[in-house]
Design a protein around this ligand. Structure first.
Ligand SMILES: [Zn+2]
Length: 93
C-alpha cells in the first residue's frame, strides 16, 4: 500500500532535519501544504519527539526562540534584516 504524505514526512524527518522548503521540494507539494501536514504530525506524535531547530537571522545571528507557530518570521526584530534561516524540523526516535 502506498504511504501517505504524512508517513513520508515522518520518515524523512526521522533521518535528517529539514525545513518546510526542503520538504516541499523533496515531496513535490506546496510549502503551504507542508505546514498543514506538520501541524497534524505535531499533534499525532509525542511532543518530546517533535524537535524544532528555531529560525535565526543570517545577518546578526538573532534566534527566534519564542515562536509557537511553525511558519517562519519574515523580518528580524533586532536588525530588521530579511535574511531569515527558516526553522528545521526533526523527529527523534
Ligand atoms: Zn538580525
Amino acid at each position: 500500500m502506498a504511504k501517505t504524505i504524512r508517513q513520508r514526512i515522518i520518515e524523512m524527518l526521522s533521518q535528517e532535519a529539514l525545513s518546510t522548503l526542503e520538504l516541499s521540494v523533496k515531496l513535490g507539494i506546496k510549502e503551504k501544504d507542508i505546514f498543514y501536514h506538520l501541524e497534524h504530525i505535531k499533534l499525532s506524535i509525542k511532543p518530546k519527539k517533535f524537535l524544532i531547530e528555531p529560525s535565526s537571522c543570517k545577518q546578526c545571528g538573532f534566534i527566534f526562540t519564542k515562536r509557537d507557530r511553525l511558519a517562519p518570521p519574515s523580518r528580524c526584530p533586532r536588525c530588521k534584516g530579511e535574511y531569515i534561516q527558516t526553522p528545521r524540523f526533526l523527529i527523534s526516535q
